[in-house]
Design a protein around this ligand. Structure first.
Ligand code: P6P
Length: 339
């Protein structure tokens, strides 16, 4: 079969990458294959929608105080059940669980820690807008017996793998293990993820920003300045017109930015000043920031590179600005001038 038409499955990609550059030890390869398989199951459940009786809310709240959707709980259970027996994990952490989930004694413990937002963008589930699963992988520190929450509190630079699966018109898995970002599309006839784009690069400049404009009056001054200048368009200091997108699924907004550039912002605002931001550091901001940096972009909380932040709590929140490098650098500059 001609090379360019040959379909490279995720399995073959992981085996060949493991062989080529050793970035994917056996247990990590198993982990990534299991997570991909879990995402396929979640995609099936999402695609059933009302036919599967999976829409609507469960009668429960998560640790964030958010009403859980039935699919939030289903997706969480799928990821737990898919990963707990494999021997590759010591523990898991999820947006949907208050504390870490230690692999039960009946299964062998591994060296990896898996964190995930099982279904990001829940507010979009019932209105048929793209949602997704975000995951991040760390190695368990080997200087402590057993596994505890503190083992998860590592900076984003310590990640060994990160990715997401977006459940949209296509089901697409986007992955990095530290040498670029590659994309796999689910071939439903084969039931497998197939490599469809390699070494994704985010353009350094953009004319498109993503933010929830309804919060504008609550932002601090540097963010107001940046957005005002974008809105001023050609006649303003930026000398060009901007477009705006806000899907309210971080996975979908970040995927668009990986595909065509842009800048995504969910900044601190004064509605809840004690919170650093809305998005969670460990299983939303860190994996997305690593993917964006691996694709040539940048990610900051306005003051620091997100990947350098040292977490203090499992469900810690953070202000997020990420995407096209030159826009993120401008945002960082505006925050520095204010400071
Ligand atoms: P808002 C989804 O709930 C989420 O965590 C992100 O996926 C998304 O970017 C953001 O919140 C949307 O927040 O305030 O616009 O609904």
């Amino acid at each position: 079969m001609a090379q360019q038409q040959q379909k490279i499955s995720l399995t073959r990609y992981l085996v060949e990458k493991q062989r080529a550059d050793g970035l994917i030890p056996g247990q990590l390869r198993l982990l990534l294959e299991v997570v991909a398989r879990a995402c396929k199951s979640i995609s099936q459940a999402v695609n059933k929608g009302a036919l599967g009786g999976v829409l609507g809310t469960a009668e429960s709240e998560n640790v964030q105080g958010e009403i859980q959707k039935k699919l939030d709980i289903i997706a969480n259970e799928v990821l737990i059940e898919a990963n707990e027996w494999g021997g590759h994990l010591a523990a898991m952490a999820s947006e949907e669980m208050d504390s870490i989930y230690v692999v039960p004694n009946r299964y062998p413990q591994g060296e990896y820690l898996l964190m995930f937002d099982p279904l990001d963008g829940s507010s979009n589930i019932d209105v048929n807008v793209s949602i997704g699963t975000i995951f991040s992988v760390l190695k368990k520190p080997d200087d402590t017996p057993g596994v505890q929450e503190a083992d998860f509190l590592q900076a984003g630079t310590q990640q060994v793998a990160a990715g997401y699966c977006i459940y949209g018109p296509q089901t697409t898995l986007v992955l990095t293990v530290g040498n670029g970002v590659d994309m796999f599309t689910l071939d439903r006839e084969q039931g497998s993820f197939v490599l469809t784009q390699q070494d994704i690069q985010i353009p350094a400049d953009t004319k498109e920003f993503a933010i929830n404009m309804s919060n504008q009056r609550h932002w601090d001054e540097p963010m107001k300045r940046y957005i005002d200048e974008c809105l001023a368009g050609k006649e303003g200091p930026r000398g060009k017109d901007f477009n705006m997108r806000w899907i309210a699924s971080m996975v979908a907004d970040v995927h668009r930015i990986l595909m065509r550039g842009g800048v995504f912002m969910y900044p601190w605002d004064k509605r809840e000043p004690e919170k650093a931001g809305k998005l969670r550091l460990m299983y939303e901001a860190n994996p997305m920031s690593w993917l964006v940096e691996q694709a040539g972009g940048a990610a900051t909380n306005g003051k620091q590179r997100i990947l350098d932040l040292k977490p203090t709590k499992l469900h810690e929140r953070v202000s997020v600005m990420l995407g096209s490098r030159n826009e993120v650098e401008r945002l960082t500059q505006y925050h520095a001038e204010k400071a």
